[in-house]
Design a protein around this ligand. Structure first.
Ligand SMILES: *Cc1c(COP(=O)(O)O)cnc(C)c1O
Ligand SMILES: [Zn+2]
Length: 428
């Protein structure tokens, strides 16, 4: 089946496969595909509008199943050219979905019903490779020569690596006080890494300024001027989960929230699969997870507000530490529409959850994974999450990047190299 080229409703000549235009989430105003992210009419966020009209369900399913073992198997549903897999790209995705029976037992979930989608298995060990893979293709299509971003850590590494692989320059911006593991991961690929004296929200504001300035000309900021393309990468989490469940929707899914982009696109991905007939339509609930020290969306959810009041982050879950989340209001809509919730956990609960997941399933999560597992436990205890239903918890990053969170975990004993000493330690 041929991938649709750009629909004639726009005069764009950019070939981004089934992507037809950019459309405003607030007012529906459409503009041709380009490196723009805010509506000229109402300043609402722009997102990709597709033309999927050429697809028949069975043909599409077969094509996906015959595709590569990475996220390009879903290229017909993404804003990328048809031949994307042939270009240098990190080709992330198709990470494992782990049936987590031992964790289920600890949490009181029915056997066979709990799954962890483990995105630590991506090339730079976080889910961010998915979004950067899309943004890179858009950057190529628009002729950008420098790849950039504002980052809480994982994105910086993903951009550095993707740019290295593609032979582009990269220059990325992070808060100056991130975890050492994240700094090294971002720097090692040889791009420029700039620490900003401030928190993520300061970094983000600076990047917006740079885009409007001649100094930023030719720069593709994956999560700012390329954000509509970048964001679509998160849909592939939803696609993979459903395909790995045998083309079925999960009943409940627990997603971490930083800017909220991932959660909104997981929902978009699930809805697209229903519309395309790839999964049977039935209700699902989306739950959002935050750390208490940066919980603006959770606070708004609990207060019944539909606006999100910004917070000053103070948590060990630095990858989620966005105090003014751009997609916060949309997250609230989705949690309420699907019958889910948004909840938060303390840093101590995050650490406990990291250890619980490691000890029950052999999965070492970064702090963001501690947030989702911790929130899952809290929601089950509160009766908000049904332990008899199929539940997927996202682990979006690797524990090796946030070793400080579990500092103090170490040697059980130190012994001399002889059996007497071993026996004395009481380990037999
Ligand atoms: C960026 C990130 C997220 C989610 O970010 P959104 O801005 O909400 O899309 C989740 N987990 C990890 C580890 C991240 O780095
Ligand atoms: Zn608009």
């Amino acid at each position: 089946m041929a991938v649709q080229t750009v629909a004639s409703s726009t005069d764009s000549t950019v070939d981004l496969g089934p992507a037809a235009a950019l459309s405003c989430r607030e007012c529906g105003h459409r503009v041709p595909l380009g490196p723009v992210f805010a509506c000229e009419e109402c300043f609402g966020p722009l997102e990709i509008a597709y033309d999927f009209s050429g697809y028949d369900t069975e043909g599409l399913r077969k094509r996906i199943e015959a595709g590569p073992a990475n996220l390009w198997r879903y290229a017909p549903l993404l804003p990328v050219p048809a031949d994307v897999a042939g270009k240098p790209n990190l080709n992330p995705g198709w990470t494992r979905l782990v049936q987590a029976d031992r964790l289920a037992r600890e949490l009181g979930v029915d056997a066979g019903r709990l799954f962890v989608k483990d995105d630590s298995g991506n090339p730079t060990h976080s889910f961010k490779d998915r979004v950067v893979a899309q943004a890179l293709e858009a950057a190529r299509a628009f002729g950008f020569t420098t790849l950039s971003c504002s980052s809480t850590g994982n994105l910086a590494g993903a951009v550095g690596a993707a740019a290295a692989r593609a032979g582009l320059r990269s220059c990325v911006f992070i808060p100056h006080d991130l975890e050492q593991g994240k700094v090294v991961m971002a720097a090692v690929y040889g791009g420029e890494l700039v620490g900003i004296e401030g928190n993520y929200d300061d970094v983000n504001r600076f990047c917006s300024e740079l885009i409007g300035d001649p100094a930023g000309e030719g720069w593709g900021f994956v999560n700012v001027n390329l954000r509509p393309y970048y964001a679509e990468g998160s849909k592939t989490l939803a696609y993979e989960i459903c395909e790995q469940l045998g083309w079925e929707l999960p009943d409940q899914i627990v997603v971490p929230i930083a800017s909220g982009s991932q959660l909104t696109k997981v929902d978009k991905g699930l809805r697209e699969l229903v519309e395309l007939g790839l999964v049977e339509d039935r209700p699902y609930k989306i739950f959002g997870a935050q750390a208490e020290g940066c919980s603006p969306v959770s606070a708004a959810f609990k207060a019944g507000h539909d606006v999100v009041r910004p917070q000053k982050p103070d948590t060990i879950a630095k990858s989620l530490a966005i105090g003014n989340p751009a997609d916060g209001p949309y997250v609230l809509d989705i949690a309420r529409r699907t019958g889910g919730a948004v909840e938060d956990v303390t840093d101590e609960q995050v650490v406990d959850a990291i250890k619980l997941l490691a000890r029950t399933e052999g999965i070492f999560a970064e702090t963001a994974g501690g947030v989702t597992v911790g929130v899952t436990r809290k929601l089950i205890e509160a009766g908000a999450l049904d332990p008899t239903k199929t539940t997927v918890v996202l682990n979006t990053g690797d524990g090796l990047k946030t070793l400080d969170a579990v500092a103090g975990t170490g040697l059980t004993a130190t012994i001399r190299p002889n059996l007497d000493s071993f026996r004395e330690a009481g380990l037999q």
